[in-house]
Design a binder for this molecule. Structure first.
Ligand SMILES: Cc1cc2nc3c(=O)[nH]c(=O)nc-3n(C[C@H](O)[C@H](O)[C@H](O)COP(=O)(O)O)c2cc1C
Length: 210
C-alpha cells in the first residue's frame, strides 16, 4: 500500500479529540497545503480563518450543534467564500500574477477580459456558489495534508452559517462561511469511531472506466 493510501485509511472524521496542541510546524504545513490548492482560473475566491482562541471556540461550539471536537481541538479552520466577486478583485489578481512572474499587466489583457466576461456576467449568488466549490477543493487539501502530518481533522457542515458569519463579522469582510475543520488529536478512549471500518462504495460502482 502506498504511504498516501495508508495515511488516508488512518484518517477519519474524528468525533472526539483530546485537547493536545498541534505543533506550529504541522499547522503551518497544513496551511501551506491549503495555499497551494488549485482553484478555477487561480483566483482563490475564499479566505480561511484560523481560530485557536478558547473563547471564540466556545462560542462556535454552541452554534455548531455542540459538537465536542470544537472545544477539544487545537485549531479550528473556517473556510469562508467570497460573497461576491468584483472587477477590482480580478484586477488585483492580474497585478499579483504580473508581479509574481515578472511580466507586464498589459500582457495579461486577454486573460483578464476572458475571466471578467465569464465571472462578471454571472449573478452574485452563482459566483458565491462557485467560490464555495473552490473553497471545498482547499478543504480537501487540508484533510489530506493533515493526514500526512498525522494530525486528526474533522470536516463539518453541521453549524449555523449565518450565526457563525455574525460571530466572526464575516459579512463585513465580504465573506460567508461554508465549511469548518477541527484539527487536533483523536481521543482513543472516548471516540466511538476510533476503530470503525471505513465505509466506501465499491470500486466498480464508484468508477466507470471507458
Ligand atoms: C463537507 C463535509 C461535512 C461534514 N460535516 C460533518 C459534521 O458536521 N460533523 C461530523 O462529525 N462529521 C462531518 N463530516 C464527516 C463525514 O461524516 C465523514 O467524512 C464521512 O462519514 C466519511 O467518513 P470518514 O471521513 O471518517 O472516512 C463531514 C464531512 C464532509 C466532507
Amino acid at each position: 500500500m502506498s504511504d498516501l493510501i495508508e495515511k488516508l485509511n488512518w484518517r477519519y472524521a474524528t468525533k472526539r479529540m483530546n485537547g493536545t496542541a498541534v505543533p506550529q510546524e504541522k499547522l503551518d504545513t497544513i496551511l501551506e497545503a491549503i495555499k497551494l490548492s488549485p482553484s478555477s482560473v487561480g483566483l482563490q475566491p475564499y479566505t480561511i480563518l484560523v481560530i485557536e482562541d478558547k473563547e471564540t471556540k466556545e462560542k462556535i461550539h454552541t452554534i455548531a450543534n455542540n459538537q465536542p471536537q470544537i472545544l477539544e481541538s487545537s485549531a479550528l479552520l473556517v473556510f469562508a467564500a467570497w460573497e461576491k466577486i468584483t472587477a477590482n478583485d480580478i484586477t488585483e489578481y492580474m497585478n499579483l500574477i504580473a508581479t509574481t512572474r515578472g511580466i507586464s499587466v498589459e500582457s495579461l489583457a486577454g486573460f483578464q477580459s476572458s475571466i471578467q466576461g465569464g465571472i462578471l456576467s454571472r449573478s452574485e449568488d452563482v459566483n458565491f456558489q462557485w467560490a464555495a466549490r473552490q473553497a471545498y477543493i482547499a478543504l480537501g487539501h487540508a484533510l489530506v495534508a493533515a493526514a500526512t502530518e498525522n494530525v486528526d481533522a474533522t470536516p463539518m457542515e453541521g453549524f449555523n452559517a449565518e450565526q457563525l458569519d455574525e460571530l466572526l463579522g464575516l459579512r463585513e469582510k465580504g465573506l460567508r462561511s461554508v465549511v469548518i475543520v477541527t484539527l487536533g488529536y483523536r481521543d482513543e478512549e472516548k471516540d466511538p469511531l476510533v476503530r470503525a471500518k471505513k465505509v466506501r462504495r465499491p470500486h466498480d460502482e464508484l468508477f466507470i472506466r471507458i
